[in-house]
Design a protein around this ligand. Sequence first.
Ligand code: DX5
Ligand code: ZN
Length: 222
Amino acid sequence: MTLPIRITPSILAADFARLGQEVRDVTEAGADWIHLDVMDGHFVPNISFGPDVIKSLRPHTKAFFDCHLMIAPADPYLEAFAKAGCDSITVHAEAGPHLHRSLQTIRSLGKKVGVTLNPATPLSVLENVLDDVDLILIMSVNPGFGGQKLIPAMVDKIKAAKALIGSRPIELQVDGGITVETIGAATIAGANVFVAGSAVFQGNSVESYCQRISALRSAATA
Ligand code: DX5
Ligand code: ZN
């Protein structure tokens, strides 16, 4: 199953004082999705933003809101993120003891269902939920911060995830350290959705967003 290449800028690297404008600019610059990194200072050692911020961004773009929850527990907050206007909600398999229940809840809220794994978590935890997800996110850095380097071993993990997915129509996303230098290897390994924080927003100069997104897209398809 071949799904389209999608570039999903992470607003973690955007100018938080001008988030609405940043989301509009990056949409106009050709972003396919908007990646929303939610951090709780507990599951990951950093705090970002919650559903109210996402709700206030919603009127600024029609782009697909791809929400990555780095929070534990996640279940008590899923409804709030759904109501805030997220189109997909991705939870960490490590965030709680009942992954299947979290995925079922996201499905029942009418949202695309995503699951993600920290670099050290084996793919085997996904074997029994493959028919319950729309998206698998392979973390290529330890979550919590933008601007880190992609962990090379994660390229083989993407390849193994692609094999596990087989012919299912599941989006295979990679997050962390994606640049024009690394995106090609991730595409060859089988990923089709690429989160890019620093590679898009670094310098926060709107004039460069379009060029940066197209450079990522060309490097992915080269
Ligand atoms: C890391 C976040 C990423 C991050 C990516 O915890 O999940 O989405 O913003 O940033 P870059 O692209 O700079 O590695
Ligand atoms: Zn993320």
